[in-house]
Design a protein around this ligand. Structure first.
Ligand SMILES: Cc1cc2nc3c(=O)[nH]c(=O)nc-3n(C[C@H](O)[C@H](O)[C@H](O)COP(=O)(O)OP(=O)(O)OC[C@H]3O[C@@H](n4cnc5c(N)ncnc54)[C@H](O)[C@@H]3O)c2cc1C
Length: 295
């Protein structure tokens, strides 16, 4: 039978930090936001259940979506439904909206939060490749103050993050200036309630076109990130190099797909095989390039 662990429900960040001052790596106090990951662990059937918890549901400082200084800033407790309904996200972050729309189903989207997806650090977390290609920063805080961690440095190993045991994720800052385009693609068993077999995000800017012979304009600042193909979300830098500075032609897409199949080293697990993941990642990338280029 699940045993309900002791839980504190602070109403201010200062109180939350005071609670978390007692949280250590050996004896952590587990934050709970939407609970859609934590509650799965509560029975103890999947790993150790949390021994002590801190409920974030009264912390309004972790809510809200604002546009400020060339960035969209999302509170850690922002839900997927809020992302989908946000005018700012729809205008500036369509790839994040697309990712939010694939997570779980309506019930999970109503409760699950962006901060929870980031802190949970699953290699299959669907928003994580999007955050990587958009250069998001995770602003974390605790009794010692606030600090900003680039997402590229946030997931340090399998399900391990750069967050200290006494810190919370406060907000996520995603720069939007500079005409960057981004796309999202998830491959799962079903359209809803499916954990990713492979998830990709691709971002680029359109260059002046001088490097291209045809009408298509060259891509610059190309970023490609994937989930479910390694122990954490990763950038595929060799494949990015194939796409950088050239137009997204069929020949480029073929070369990029081939490069991606060679670059990633997924594993066999209960959701998929390594061979399938490699093949489908390459095909999905090819399709994303084709759709973006319009041929
Ligand atoms: C049926 C089902 C379907 C799902 N489908 C998907 C899917 O398609 N794609 C996907 O990516 N995920 C999916 N998930 C997983 C989950 O919904 C997401 O990871 C979600 O974003 C977790 O957010 P949460 O607020 O519920 O996190 P919680 O469960 O509250 O917390 C998750 C982890 O993050 C920590 N945490 C939460 N907030 C903070 C914070 N502000 N600061 C520090 N630590 C924090 C918690 O301590 C915990 O370790 C699914 C889950 C279920 C049950």
């Amino acid at each position: 039978m699940p045993v309900e662990p002791p839980i504190a429900t602070p109403t201010s960040l200062a109180d939350a930090y005071a609670v978390l001052a007692g949280s250590t790596a050996d004896d952590p106090i587990t934050p709970i936001a939407g609970g859609t990951d934590v509650m799965v662990r509560i029975t103890g059937e999947i790993g150790a259940p949390p021994a002590r918890m801190v409920d974030l549901s009264r912390l309004d400082a972790l809510r809200g979506i604002t546009v400020d200084g060339g960035a969209v800033i999302l509170g850690a407790r922002t839900t997927y439904t809020e992302i989908r309904r946000s005018d700012a996200c729809r205008e500036h972050l369509p790839a994040l909206v697309a990712a939010a729309a694939t997570i779980g189903a309506a019930q999970i989207q109503n409760r699950g939060t962006l901060g929870g997806n980031i802190a949970n650090a699953s290699p299959a977390g669907d928003t994580l490749p999007v955050l990587l290609v958009l250069d998001a920063e995770v602003i974390v805080g605790g009794a010692r103050g606030e600090r900003s961690i680039p997402v590229a440095d946030f997931w340090v190993a399998y399900r391990r993050t750069a967050l200290a045991p006494d810190e919370l994720i406060l907000r996520i800052r995603i720069p939007v200036a500079g005409g960057r385009e981004a796309r999202f693609r998830k491959i799962g068993t079903r359209r809803a309630q499916a954990i990713s077999k492979v998830v990709l995000a691709l971002a680029w800017r359109e260059g002046p076109g001088a490097a291209t012979a045809g009408p298509a304009r060259a891509w610059t600042d190309v970023r490609l990130a994937l989930g479910s193909v390694a122990d954490r979300p990763i950038r595929a830098r060799a494949t990015e190099a194939v796409l950088e500075g050239v137009a997204p032609t069929p020949a480029t897409a073929n070369a990029a797909a081939e490069a991606l199949a060679a670059e990633i080293h997924p594993i066999d697990d209960v959701r998929s095989t390594a061979d399938y993941r490699r093949a489908v990642a390459a095909r999905a990338l090819h399709r994303m390039i084709r759709d973006a280029a319009g041929w």
